[in-house]
Design a protein around this ligand. Structure first.
Ligand SMILES: [Zn+2]
Length: 1193
């Protein structure tokens, strides 16, 4: 069994990414032996790989008692041999851990390119240090006399006794704590406290970022996931000041950053290493592809870590620009916006940052109040000291660019200067940015879209086609270097601006072919053998005008004037050349099904012989050689239609991807021209709305339960537009009007129709009313109809004008399977029609924040067998609608499934009974601020002990512990931390003035509280008293809604805290707190008050967030600052830190008035909320005073 474990570990290590500088890991000849090579870092001067062997003499000891012998060949560099002899602390380590230790040791000992050894030199001046003190030693191994088994980290530290001095460790701790206090979870990996290669991870739950659920869907992130910034310090931790002092050459070896997502708050060491492993460098850019799974592989449980949709563009951006921006920010006055603008300008000029910064960069950025505080917080602005936490700054910068990604160009990262709102990020209007966006794969994977949402892809192409055929496109795929067929404008109708889409088009008759202007590319006359797919140049020009891979447009001079688009396969036997099976574009607008399949009979297998006597049909062709950008707008529209006509149906794309390896459309060369493929990518990638299929065409869509009743024969899509904070703004407006007008039904629904040709722009620009071309008879605003049939009138096909050669008007994409006739959206609107611009016969809504798109319906004439017909079924759990204002669908009033309405989703989540009217539910909710409730899982994702450890100061010899040994009955299994004077179990509960036990309960809240208690209990058993700083006696808790808790060991946070001295003077070892939970918990914050001892009030010159009456008053504990996802572990930690914060809490030493009474605390809390403008949680009075809820307040 041990042997098998060893082999398994070895194999696992072989499959995984190896630690820095290690490669070629193999099993050795003997049992328990393995070999690997050390190649060092790119900057280390190692020329030849060094072969290293590791042996476990007795493999039967693995993995609990084994030892390693590690050595290298004799011809290895002397430094390596010597370093290996010093490798210690490897006993009982797994294979991977051993490799990591060897990697760290050797990397350190090998010189970098400057010739220095890689030692952090900044701490060299720190004085003598005991090397055996280490935060990792949670079991105090290092203090025991056990010479045979020095711990890994003690051994590592002994090599660099001066690097990781006390000052250094204290600074690391301060920096990490700053990030933690700011609301993030912080982890570390590697050799952080030893000043060696280490990772610091800063993470936050996606659900805390205030991103709407729609945006999360569009971004393919899960609210439960963590957004993680991993900071790697290859040469040991560097402070903000040290990093700023590095020029760009020195920065790269000292700092690297990656943005990831994961279900865990912290990656494993292997995943962290993987994140920084460059598997390939794409393009000539410095853009990094890591070894992590991509953004679309979210669902796979295999690897917990993955990239986010925006990791690729951001990783390089952070690496390049963050430190220079921090440098300019440190010179004072600039906010992030100013620093970014300045950086962009410097970068575009290629200038250094030495000049004086012009005034315009100092203009502060407008504050966006709808963003959550954690996103807008700015560590630079809040402190005046020079010592700032780099991990915190980096994370705040990362959040800015993650949450607000739609405000920035994905490529050049400039702030986009447009008012348009979009749910997905995109690029600015520089064509180079679009080009890089497409070529670097920053956009969505088109293959993924085709496979998972084929109807959406069909819809997007159809919208584009409609818009282009009506010459209504405004943005074009410029900059993508599209090489397209020539466009003969004389064959097409000119757009008629006066008549618009209702115009009647007069076909222009063109006589003979080829009589058009010579501006076009040359036409080649040839003979064509349709059967053998061969062409012959009778006149044989000197040079063959085409190459293998060229695309041509071929027309025979017979009766059939169809265009054939095809790819040249072989020109070896010029003047005879071979082509692939052509894509035939019928001129009649009837879809051509002959080339729907998986491509032509393979041209490659055909034996090619010069034709002897083929039956040549006279034909001519032109080459795809027109530069798309050279065309005028009308010609671009025509060109787009033509290219789209050559695309196969989406089903064929799907079939190709499902059966071919690699599943990548760019390999379908014989069927899709490069120009058509680029165009398709552009159409998918430039869509900035979130459109999700409700009905799958195979096996039923996952969102089938979101199908709305009453729109028979319409294909339905969930539909969201607007910036990521749009939903939040909408909810705020809903709440405001609901309260102002005392509405029973906060919102109504109505239809918004628009002609098909407009939808391409709508889904890119969002709803606005800047251009409305069907008149504004009822004023400015977005028009909504109460009946689907009314909106339908605005949304139909473009009559008359269309795209199509020689007089045939084609307005729809011929290969569409949906074959859309019309499209209408269903919007949710604030229920205040009287305040609309107009409310009869249409709702004309002038406030965009009052409108939220919910559904998109398209009426189709689907091709046979392509779209599953869906049975109409009333949803079982309907969303309650205002009966006076329920819109009518095709025939009946519509019924919306409750699960489809996001804001309601939060409301119905266990916090209020469904029998209440919607208005009451809204009033009762604090949770509207937090639209995405998360199942509390603090038990499954507890903070690693080592990440907690790092926050606490080592033993301070100057602080005399009052009692040294805890009484024997409290000797639990928990680890011994720093000294504490706190003795658990000494509090006499009968002496406490506490509130009566609450009589209320709610099963969801009770369950959550029991879970919290269990999690805290577990943590308490596993953590040293002093590290925890609180104590909860579970035996004394008879009601889960009322906890008595003690806080202690404040000297661990700050030995010089006045409170520490105060407590010692009064011989107090703990503060006793009462924590009371409302029945709405976790949607309202707990109420926390001090029972004893008494503190000085703020008016008396004290602080610590303890107000008169002993109530704790911090924003976190009010409805304004509370988040339902806060775990009680973090709440307790924040309370403790709040008491220790400035201005400091001081005890009332007069001792005249005993414990705090229950009533005075609640009064103090209410007063403090009023002062700060914080929202008092609903039901607070009932909870704090034990009074019944007064009316509706
Ligand atoms: Zn750009």
């Amino acid at each position: 069994m041990p042997r098998r474990q060893f082999v398994a570990d070895l194999q696992k290590a072989q499959q995984d990414t190896l630690p820095l500088g290690i490669c070629e890991l193999q099993q050795g000849e003997d049992d328990g032996q393995f070999e690997f090579e050390f190649i060092g870092t790119p900057t280390s001067g190692i020329i030849e790989p060094v072969k290293i062997t590791a042996i476990i003499p007795d493999v039967s000891d693995y993995p609990t008692r084994h030892e390693y012998m590690v050595y290298c060949s004799d011809d290895a560099p002397r430094t390596i041999g010597a370093a290996l002899e010093d490798v210690r602390g490897t006993n009982r380590k797994t294979v991977f851990e051993l490799l990591d230790i060897v990697s760290a040791t050797l990397t350190r000992s090998t010189p970098d390119r400057d010739g220095d050894t890689q030692m952090p030199d900044s701490q060299l001046e720190t004085e003598d240090e005991e090397s055996d003190q280490d935060v990792y030693d949670d079991d105090h191994e290092a203090f025991e006399i056990n010479a045979n088994q020095p711990t890994l980290y003690a051994a590592a530290a002994s090599r660099l006794p001066k690097a990781a001095g006390r000052a250094f460790r204290s600074r690391v701790r301060t920096d990490v704590l700053a990030a933690k206090t700011a609301g993030f979870r912080v982890g570390h990996l590697g050799h952080l406290m030893d000043g060696l290669n280490a990772f610091v991870t800063v993470s936050v739950r996606m659900s805390k970022l205030g991103i709407s659920e729609e945006a999360m869907q569009a971004w393919q992130v899960d609210p439960k996931e963590y957004l993680i910034l991993i900071i790697q310090y290859p040469n040991g931790y560097k402070t903000n000041e040290e990093l700023q002092a590095c020029d760009s050459m020195r920065l790269t070896p000292n700092l690297a950053m990656r943005l990831c997502a994961s279900k865990k708050y912290k990656p494993t060491l292997q995943d962290a290493i993987k994140a920084f492993t460059v598997v390939k460098k794409d393009f000539k850019e410095d853009f990094i592809t890591s070894d992590l799974p991509g953004a679309q592989e979210a669902g796979t449980e295999k690897s917990a870590m993955r990239e986010t949709f925006i990791s690729k563009p951001l990783n390089g951006f952070f690496q390049e620009s963050l430190v220079p921006m921090l440098r300019v920010r440190s010179s004072g006055g600039l906010d992030w916006g100013g620093a970014e603008a300045w950086y962009t300008e410097m970068a575009s000029k290629g200038a250094n940052d030495t000049g004086i910064i012009p005034d315009r960069f100092y203009k502060p950025e407008a504050k966006n109040d709808t963003l959550s505080d954690i996103v807008t917080a700015d560590h630079y602005a809040e402190r005046s000291t020079a010592a700032r936490s780099f991990p915190l700054l980096a994370m705040q910068f990362a959040l800015r660019h993650f949450v607000r990604c739609t405000e920035f160009c994905l490529v050049c990262h400039r702030k986009l200067n447009v008012e348009l709102e979009a749910i997905k990020p995109y690029v600015c209007d520089q064509s180079l940015c679009l080009y890089q966006y497409m070529t670097l794969g920053f956009g969505p994977s088109i293959e993924h879209e085709v496979l998972t949402q084929p109807q959406v892809v069909d819809l997007l192409i159809s919208f584009c086609y409609n818009s282009a055929s009506a010459r209504k496109l405004r943005d074009f795929p410029d900059g993508l270097a599209l090489v397209v067929p020539s466009v003969d404008m004389s064959q097409y109708h000119a757009p008629d601006p006066a008549l618009g889409y209702r115009g009647h088009a007069v076909p222009q008759i063109k006589s003979a072919k080829g009589s058009h202007e010579p501006q076009d590319l040359p036409t080649h006359e040839i003979g064509f053998d349709r059967e053998r797919l061969e062409m012959i140049f009778f006149n044989k020009p000197e040079q063959c005008p085409v190459r293998r891979g060229s695309w041509i447009v071929l027309t025979t001079q017979g009766f059939d004037s169809s265009e054939m688009h095809c790819r040249v396969v072989d020109v070896t036997y010029y003047p005879t050349i071979n082509i692939d099976e052509p894509v035939v574009l019928s001129s009649t607008g009837v879809p051509n099904t002959s080339n729907v399949g998986m491509g032509s009979a393979s041209a490659k297998t055909r034996t090619i012989t010069p034709a002897t006597t083929p039956r040549w049909t006279p034909a001519s062709f032109t080459v795809y050689a027109q530069d798309f950008e050279q065309l005028d707008k009308a010609a671009k529209c025509i060109s787009i239609c033509k290219l789209l006509d050559t695309l196969p149906p989406v089903k064929a794309l799907q079939d190709y991807l499902a059966t071919k390896q690699p599943a990548d459309l760019k390999y379908w060369v014989e069927r899709i021209s490069p120009a058509a493929l680029s165009l398709l990518r552009w159409i998918v990638a430039s869509n900035r709305a979130c459109i999700m299929q409700v009905d799958g065409d195979s096996g039923g869509g996952v969102r089938g339960q979101e199908r709305l009743y009453g729109m028979k024969d319409f294909v339905q899509f969930r539909f969201a537009m607007g910036a990521p904070d749009k939903e939040q703004r909408f909810i705020t407006e809903v709440r405001k009007t609901t309260q102002r007008l005392e509405l029973e039904y906060p919102t109504i629904f109505a239809f918004h129709g628009s002609p098909l040709r407009n939808w391409h722009m709508i889904i890119r620009e969002g709803l606005h009313f800047k251009q409305i071309d069907h008149g504004r008879a009822y004023g400015d605003g977005v028009y909504h109809a109460k009946e689907a049939s009314t909106s339908g009138g605005y949304s139909g096909v473009n009559a008359g004008l269309g795209y199509g050669a020689k007089g045939t008007a084609r307005t729809a994409w011929a290969n569409s399977q949906l074959r859309i006739n019309s499209a209408i959206a269903l919007n949710e609107i604030v229920n205040a029609p009287a305040e609309f611009q107009s409310h009869h016969p249409y709702y004309v809504v002038q406030h965009l924040d009052w409108i939220q798109t919910r559904y998109l319906f398209v009426q189709c004439q689907p091709a046979e067998g392509t779209v599953r017909s869906i049975e109409e079924k009333k949803p079982t759990n309907a969303h309650p609608q205002d009966p006076q204002r329920t819109p009518t669908g095709v025939s009946n009033p519509i019924v919306i499934p409750a699960s489809a309405i996001t804001s309601r989703r939060a409301a119905s989540d266990g916090r209020a009974s469904t029998s209440q009217s919607p208005a009451k539910r809204i009033k009762g909710l604090g949770g509207f601020d937090d639209p995405i409730p998360i199942e509390n899982d603090s038990t499954s994702d507890v903070t690693d002990a080592e990440d907690l450890d790092i926050l606490f100061e080592e033993d301070d010899p100057e602080l005399e512990p009052v009692t040294t040994d805890p009484p024997s009955q409290t000797l639990t299994k928990r680890p011994k931390g720093a000294a504490t004077d706190f003795v658990p179990g000494t509090l006499d509960f009968t002496t406490l003035p506490i509130m009566p036990e609450p009589a209320y309960a709610n099963s969801a809240s009770t369950r959550r509280l029991m879970k919290e208690l269990a999690a805290l209990q577990k943590l308490q058993n596993a953590t040293a008293l002093s590290d925890l700083g609180w104590h909860l006696d579970a035996e004394q808790i008879s009601n889960p809604y009322q906890w008595i808790l003690e806080l202690h060991s404040f000297h661990v946070i700050e030995p010089l805290l006045p409170l520490v001295a105060d407590m010692r003077r009064q011989n107090l070892h703990s503060l006793v707190l009462e924590i009371r939970f409302n029945r709405d918990f976790p949607f309202t914050p707990p109420y926390v008050r001090v029972i004893r001892p008494r503190f000085l009030s703020f008016a008396q010159g004290a602080g610590g967030h303890i107000v008169q009456g002993g109530a704790m008053c911090m924003e976190l504990l009010t409805n304004t600052g509370w988040s339902s996802v806060s775990s009680m572990e973090s709440v307790l930690m924040q309370i403790r830190l709040a008491i220790a914060s400035q201005p400091p809490a001081r005890l009332d030493t007069t001792g005249a008035r005993g414990d705090y009474g229950t009533g005075e605390a609640a009064e103090g809390y209410l007063r403090a909320c009023r002062t700060h403008g914080w929202a008092v949680p609903p039901g607070f009075r009932e909870m704090a005073f034990g009074m019944p809820r007064a009316g509706r307040t």
